[in-house]
Write a protein that binds this ligand. Structure first.
Ligand code: BG6
Length: 474
């Protein structure tokens, strides 16, 4: 078979098994991401993608399914390289359980014959999380674990007990080094830029501590509803869906000590140790909300107390950050959609004593390709020495030679290269659950808020004199 267009020739032949291949997540995210990898020349010179599912389909039917997914959610297959992509797709039906592996073992063997025994095997569990345990056991039972890599979607355990049980089973089958747990916020271009901006620029590195930073805000308001996935959402809520996952991981990215190097093990160690310094959240430092009208959505019980909004004041007990509040906020049906990390700097000491509390802010947008914005005080041009707030912005997509990748594309590429630096670890997740535990034990009241607002008024007080930077002018 010919090689696929441009490829990453450092990568070995790879067999990528996609469990749940005909499900929603695969259609929306994984298959389009895989095709984009082909477009960017980031797949190995030779590979097979085996879709695994419960139904029976021929390879041709699966090819049609993938094409349909791309037409709906991805780059158009007609933009290429579809003709080289499609012949590498296979389907293994009949499900995959401990008792019955369906046709998967035969299809993997056939792929190994085509690619060679040394082919790298990657298992991608694009499945509802309740199936993670059974599929993991089945991978062990059917001898597919050795030497392979395995990818778990979020949520990797939806409670401390659920996390521990899953992690035990996973570690009975795989070594930690083989496991790639996705938190797609870590794969965002903007998040990845945090390290480069900070560690490659004295301008930023020198201010990165309690001495200069009054507070950090990680603010992810969403204007979206949850109507299309109310069933799932009502069993989860904002705290589990976003806070203990994405917002905590981004907070760790901001707050970590300089890793010894950018090697994956050093970054993982630095992230784990800062997560271990997260002070358990005090319930009075957490405000939960639910937007008016949420209970009327199909699939949501009339008396649901699920939080669609959470704001939290987190402290990190490291020398660098002691006493600096990390303000984390997210919610559905809010006034805007943004993803911002902001470091609010202390007012400078010196002759200018009327700098506003939020006059000096270093902020990063995590949306899309990312952007860096610096709010400064400048002289308002004119005859008088008057000050005015001004913003300096850098759109990261405009950096010459840049080729920004969506988070799933970037993370799947990291799986193929074996780079775990942007994935969560067992130890790190244990620390996030530890930090959330008091809020689970003593759940704060859920306050109503207006759709299209900035959440319940009770959240305002958390931000202190600086207020939340987003939504201040509303
Ligand atoms: C998902 C959450 O993990 O992240 C969603 O389940 C949320 O509730 C989404 O909307 C946000 O991701 P993105 O891709 O918009 O940054």
């Amino acid at each position: 078979m010919p090689e696929t267009g441009t490829t990453d020739s450092d990568l070995p032949p790879t067999i990528f098994v996609l469990y749940g291949a005909t499900g929603d997540l695969a259609r929306r995210m994984v298959l389009p991401a895989f095709f984009q990898l082909a477009q960017h020349g980031l797949l190995p010179p030779d590979w097979r993608l085996i879709g695994s599912g419960r139904g029976e389909r021929s390879d041709e039917e699966f090819v049609d399914h993938v094409r349909g997914a791309l037409e709906e959610f991805g780059p158009s297959p007609d933009d290429g390289p579809w003709d080289e992509f499609a012949p590498r797709l296979r389907f293994a039906g009949g499900g995959f359980t401990v008792e019955d592996p369906g046709t998967l073992l035969d299809v993997v063997s056939a792929a190994r014959e085509e690619l060679g025994e040394e082919a790298q095997l990657v298992h991608y569990l694009s499945l509802p999380p309740k199936n993670f345990l059974d599929y993991t056991r089945a991978l062990g039972e059917h001898d597919l674990a050795e030497g392979s890599r395995v990818v778990y979607e979020k949520p990797y355990g939806a409670s401390p007990d659920g996390f521990r049980e899953l992690d035990e089973v996973v570690h009975s089958v795989f070594d930690e080094q083989q496991v790639f747990r996705i938190d797609h916020f870590l794969g965002k271009e903007g998040t990845q830029d945090l390290h480069v901006l900070r560690f490659a620029n004295g301008l930023f590195e020198h201010v990165w501590s309690r001495e200069h930073v009054a507070q950090v805000q990680i603010d992810v308001p969403e204007d979206l509803d949850v109507a299309d996935r109310a069933d799932f959402y009502d069993g989860t809520g904002a705290t589990l869906d976003m806070l203990v996952t994405h917002l905590f991981q981004v907070a760790a990215e901001v707050a970590m000590e300089p890793p010894v190097s950018f090697a994956a093990d050093d970054i993982l160690a630095a992230r784990e140790s800062v997560l271990a310094a997260f002070r358990p959240l005090a319930p009075e430092d957490v405000v939960l909300g639910q937007f008016d009208g949420y209970r009327e959505l199909d699939g949501v019980p009339d008396d649901s107390s699920t939080d669609t909004f959470v704001a939290a004041r987190l402290y990190i007990d490291s020398g660098r950050w002691r006493g600096v509040p990390f303000l984390l906020r997210t919610g559905k049906r809010m006034a805007a959609k943004e993803q911002r990390v902001s470091l609010v700097l202390h007012r400078p000491k010196g002759p200018v004593n009327d700098v506003p509390a939020n006059g000096n802010v270093l902020s990063l947008s995590l949306a899309g390709a990312g952007a860096v914005d610096i709010d400064v005080m400048a002289k308002r041009p004119g005859p008088d020495l008057a000050m005015a707030p001004a913003r300096v912005s850098l759109d990261l997509s405009k950096i010459p030679g840049g080729d920004p990748l969506p988070p799933y594309v970037s993370l799947i590429h990291d799986v193929l290269t074996g780079d775990r630096s942007l994935f969560t670890t067992s130890e790190g997740l244990a620390q996030t659950w530890r930090a959330l535990q008091p809020v689970l034990d003593d759940r704060p009241e859920v306050h109503p808020y207006e759709p299209g607002s900035w959440g319940p008024a009770q959240a305002t007080a958390l931000a202190g004199e600086h207020g939340w930077l987003l939504g201040q002018t509303e």
